[in-house]
Design a protein around this ligand. Structure first.
Ligand code: 5GP
Length: 207
């Protein structure tokens, strides 16, 4: 350790550190959004990175709250300008994380949740970002299908596409740091809270 650096200087340098980035992935219908909502309700220290997408807005979704809804030309233009830290085509639409959005949240020291597909998680790892990755699963494929159909906000062909993609995503779950099986909502919520809490206690994050 550099003796010229006093303990108080070291502590203040540490406290200026950036927040932890939690990446959450799940096949559609696994209940990730419901779990997340409950965790956010009880954790004021957690920020949510709002993604941009070309997907049409679903009923009840709010611009700038659920997503930044962009048309494909605008999305492409922003890819070319280097505005995304990662982006991917998911279920036929483009989704991406804006550099500005992530820097705003983590720069203020907030722990931040990013909802990404498997490609997004891999892209961030490839870029060398330090992330904590969590995969949320439905208890079975049958249950996943039932939840997707019950949602009824998507067309049947979209549901079929999402189910097909779910198989590929589930196969990638071992690439994640943590896996939560969402059989009972309360348990899944507690699992995610416990993961976040444990990560905050990691020695290298302590002053
Ligand atoms: P949905 O259309 O159901 O809101 O999201 C579909 C998928 O896109 C989900 O798996 C979600 O995690 C993923 N997704 C949402 N935002 C982003 C993003 O910014 N980047 C990537 N790579 N995937 C995203």
């Amino acid at each position: 350790m550099n003796p010229a650096v006093t303990l108080s200087e070291q502590i203040s340098a540490d406290s200026a550190r950036k927040g932890t980035i939690f990446v959450l992935s799940a096949p559609s219908g696994a209940g990730k959004r419901t779990v997340l909502k409950r965790v956010f309700d009880d954790d004021a220290q957690l920020g949510y990175s709002i993604s941009a997408t070309t997907r049409p807005r679903r009923e009840g979704e709010i611009e700038g709250q659920d997503y930044y809804f962009l048309d494909r030309d605008e999305f492409q233009r922003r890819i070319e300008s280097g505005d995304f830290i990662e982006w991917a085509e998911v279920h036929g639409n483009l989704y991406g994380t804006l550099v500005e959005e992530l820097e705003r949240l983590t720069g203020s020291g907030m722990d931040t949740v990013l909802e990404l597909d498997v490609q997004g998680m891999r892209n961030l790892k490839t870029r060398g970002l330090e992330i904590v990755s969590v995969f949320v699963m439905a208890p079975s494929l049958d249950e996943l299908e039932r939840r997707l159909r019950a949602r009824a906000t998507d067309h049947p062909e979209v549901i079929a596409l999402r189910l097909g993609n779910a198989l590929d995503e589930i196969a990638a779950r071992h690439e994640y740091d943590y896996v939560i099986v969402n059989a009972h909502l309360d348990d899944a919520v507690e699992d995610l809270k416990a993961i976040i809490r444990a990560e905050r206690c990691r020695a290298h994050r302590q002053p």
